[in-house]
Design a protein around this ligand. Structure first.
Ligand code: NI
Length: 214
């Protein structure tokens, strides 16, 4: 290709790109919009634990991953700034203790409130990030295997949450979303047999779903 035809070639490609971009409908998110997203949330704990007060060599060794339906709502207070609430059906986790394996089953609900900043509200591809607060309530704790017949209780947790996410438009109302939260969740496990332990769960929560704008 000589220089002139190469220039024409590049020009042609740029024009085609420009036409394609121009043909993309301009879907904006703006002040006053409600964004609703539903999909699957996966809670992957990065857990660590102290020893139990009555048996210091025993620790929580593993808190299992859990996946369930999740939903989140965002209200845009300005074109760029929104407030988001994350909710879900209960996540179920197995808890393993040193040398005993799985001894506890529990459920938890982790509602999380985030103040977020949308970096490109006028675009069909909209990344955002934010920070906020999480409240996690554990319930339905059940002892199994080596701890059967004893009781255990996990205290609720309040802590910091960070989030990043992206919406990609499908059409005027609908979009797909992927988002991730890092949440500080710490609980005190109180066992009728081995006393108390401080357990840090600190999960990464991954979400993928579809969203609609109202
Ligand atoms: Ni923590």
């Amino acid at each position: 290709m000589n220089t002139v035809s190469r220039k024409r070639h590049i020009l042609g490609a740029l024009i085609a790109l420009g036409l394609a971009a121009g043909a993309m409908p301009a879907h904006a998110v703006q002040k006053g919009d409600w964004l609703i997203r539903a999909g699957l949330g996966r809670v992957a704990p990065d857990d660590s634990s102290s020893g139990f007060s009555g048996a210091p060599t025993l620790k929580v060794e593993d808190v299992s991953n859990s996946t369930n339906l999740a939903i989140n709502f965002t209200y845009m207070m300005t074109d760029n700034v929104g407030v988001e609430l994350l909710g879900a059906l209960p996540f179920k986790h197995d808890i393993a203790v040193t040398g005993l394996g799985k001894v506890v089953e529990t459920k938890q609900l982790p509602p999380t409130l985030i103040l977020l900043y949308n970096f490109s509200p006028k675009s069909g591809v909209r990344p955002y990030a934010g920070a906020g607060i999480n409240y996690t309530k554990f319930f339905g704790e059940k002892t199994v295997n080596g701890l059967t017949g004893t009781s255990i209780e996990l205290s609720s947790s309040t802590g910091l949450a960070l989030e990043a996410g992206i919406d990609v438009d499908i059409n005027k109302e609908w979009y797909v979303n992927a988002s991730v939260w890092k949440i500080d969740i710490d609980t005190k496990a109180k066992s009728s047999l081995v006393g108390t332990a401080d357990v840090s769960i600190d999960p990464t929560v991954l979400f993928m779903g579809v969203g609609r704008r109202f």
